[in-house]
Design a protein around this ligand. Structure first.
Ligand SMILES: Nc1ncnc2c1ncn2[C@@H]1O[C@H](COP(=O)(O)OP(=O)(O)OP(=O)(O)O)[C@@H](O)[C@H]1O
Length: 294
């Protein structure tokens, strides 16, 4: 298990990361979201030990993570790590060796993964000759070489087409299934919602929400949608009901509680012509806008 405890990083007067604490349990996929400049990359760099925290610590298995453990963490940095001018297979083989694999094992595994992800014909191409999406696939492959204990991936899905997103998420799931904790940052909230066991939302360097997507939703305000055959303007002024949005036959309501919602439904049924009355569950994007965008 990875545990970040009170991680803080200051640059002069700017506090890029401010007392960030969360865990990535064994076998869990955790999505790290937050706007540009929220502090995700800085947090990930401190996790990997490439940047020293101003205060706080990174624990692996309950102890401060040292050089030996970190050398077995798989990392996809924001600035990416592959050299544009080198052939892709040779480079991945070399990186696998740096992660303790024999040359033959590193080459076999790299070739297997490149082939699996559609790059079997491009083994000797230079990285810069690959499309951006294919370079990204090779970057993700690089991060999983050598049986990593943990995966820390900075926006691994940016620029990938939907098929590649599915392939790469399958690769990550193979690692979580084997007990590896995975932390990745992303601006693709629907994707995070679909893939992750839990989500950490960062805003201006601080954790503003964390939990499963169900946890985050359960804290969202109560909303119902009422749709009728006729106009719904009659709901105005009903006790305990706030109107969020009214558009002719359809109205989005914020009742103070379930009882107020039921009373309104009874009245609607008595009037006749109810087409729909349903609880509106916010999307992760909507929750994100509420917690992370002031
Ligand atoms: N070397 C540095 N010197 C000064 N300020 C820095 C440095 N690195 C990062 N920062 C600042 O720290 C804050 C957090 O940046 P960081 O790159 O961690 O955000 P991020 O969440 O990864 O953003 P993005 O989604 O845009 O990649 C920003 O205000 C950034 O300007």
């Amino acid at each position: 298990m990875l545990e970040l405890q009170g991680l803080t990083r200051r640059y002069g007067d700017v506090t890029a990361v401010d007392d960030v604490s969360f865990t990535v349990p064994a076998g869990a996929m955790v999505g790290f979201v937050g706007g540009n400049g929220a502090g995700k990359t800085t947090t990930m760099r401190m996790t990997m030990g490439v940047l020293a925290p101003t205060s706080g610590q990174v624990l692996w298995g309950g102890r401060p993570a040292g050089r030996a453990e970190r050398s077995r963490f798989g990392y996809m940095p924001e600035e990416r790590g592959l050299y544009p001018k080198q052939p892709v297979l040779a480079q991945l083989t070399y990186l696998g060796q740096l992660h303790g694999m024999t040359r033959a094992a590193a080459q076999d595994r790299s070739q297997e993964l490149l082939t699996r992800f559609g790059l079997g014909e491009r083994l000797t191409s230079k990285v810069e000759e690959l499309s951006l999406g294919n370079q990204q696939r090779a970057q993700i492959i690089a991060s999983v070489l050598g049986d990593p204990l943990l995966l820390v991936l900075d926006e691994p899905f940016s620029g990938l087409d939907p098929a590649a997103v599915d392939q790469m998420s399958e690769l990550l799931r193979e690692h979580t299934a084997a007990g590896v904790p995975v932390l990745f940052s992303s601006h693709q909230l629907e994707l995070v919602d679909r893939l992750c066991d839990s989500i950490v939302v960062l805003n201006a360097g601080r954790v503003v929400a964390q939990g499963t997507s169900a946890d985050l939703r359960s804290g969202a305000p109560l909303r119902y949608r009422l749709t009728m055959t006729g106009d719904t303007g009659w709901v105005r002024g009903r006790p305990g009901i706030e109107i969020v949005d009214l558009d002719g036959p359809s109205v989005l309501l914020a009742p103070v509680d379930e009882q107020a919602a039921e009373q309104l439904l009874s009245e609607a049924v008595a009037r006749g012509g109810v087409r729909e009355f349903s609880r509106v569950i916010p999307t992760l994007s909507e929750i994100y806008r509420e917690v992370a965008i002031a």
